[in-house]
Design a protein around this ligand. Structure first.
Ligand code: PEP
Length: 256
């Protein structure tokens, strides 16, 4: 996977399988991986399966696709039953982790401060952290989307860490799994705002952080979304489960 350290960085297409997938689904990863080896793709491709599949997913990906976790604890080790550290993810062969997904913020009460601690943990372990932010429908209707997302970035990024270890996933809550989406103008406006926040946080290095759009991305809309200014990739939920759909989305990235 390319890193945020130079101009040659490619868009990142990340699939989030959520709590879907038994071993029988590993063939989907293998199919995407075989196809990428046969015909080049102009993006970094990452799949984040459930933790139970990570090690086998790394095998199935055979180096053509990066594999990542969907969450990590902020501690590296300890008496924390059921939790998984960033170091444990790394140990499976994973190279990235999603943190602060809205489903975790909502179902597990994760706050910006908890997310920031997880981002630090990912950095410590050498994983790319995909930091998710996004406004609710009520917040957008109230005209607060930019402020809410700016505040989430400020609260979820640790003060001291390298920008190269982070990507941002902008996922409006109301667009996740709903088929609804912001307009191209709204996506552009938000991504430009996020860029300003990243530059305020990191200076010039903030210009290199990839900002992924997530929420109802599918084969039929990926090309248009990925061509928008400041869209550096996509975070894909439901449509990442089937190899053919996910590959079509990955192939929607034009050559540089
Ligand atoms: C997600 O939850 O990360 C997501 C983007 O889901 P979907 O693509 O299904 O809207």
């Amino acid at each position: 996977m390319t890193t945020n350290t130079g101009e040659a960085m490619q868009p990142l297409i990340a699939g989030n399988w959520k709590m879907h997938g038994l071993a029988s689904r590993l063939g989907e990863i293998e199919a995407v991986s075989v196809s990428i080896r046969a015909r080049p793709i102009y993006a970094d491709v990452l799949i984040c399966p459930p933790a139970t599949l990570l090690a086998r997913a790394v095998q199935a990906a055979a180096g053509s696709i990066a594999i990542g976790g969907q969450d990590c604890d902020c501690e590296s080790t300890g008496a924390f039953t059921g939790d998984i550290s960033a170091e444990m993810l790394k140990d499976t062969g994973a190279c990235a982790v999603i943190v602060g997904h809205s489903e975790r913020r909502q179902r597990h009460g994760e706050t910006d401060a908890m997310v920031a601690a997880k981002v630090t943990a990912a950095w410590r372990a050498g994983l790319l952290a995909i930091v998710c932010i996004g406004e609710s429908e009520a917040q957008r209707l109230a005209g607060k989307a930019l402020t809410v997302c700016g505040d989430q970035i400020a609260g979820s990024l640790p003060a001291v860490m390298a920008s190269s270890a982070v990507a941002i996933g902008y996922e409006p809550l109301w667009a996740i799994g709903s088929g609804s989406m912001p307009s191209p103008e709204e996506i552009t406006q938000m991504h430009q705002h996020i860029r300003q926040c990243l530059v305020a946080h990191w200076g010039a290095a903030g210009k290199l952080v990839r900002i992924l759009y997530g929420g109802s991305v599918k084969p039929s809309n990926a090309r248009e979304i990925l061509a928008l200014p400041e869209v550096g990739g996509a975070l894909v939920g439901g449509e990442s489960l089937e190899a053919m759909d996910f590959e079509t989305i990955c192939r929607s990235v034009p050559p540089a």
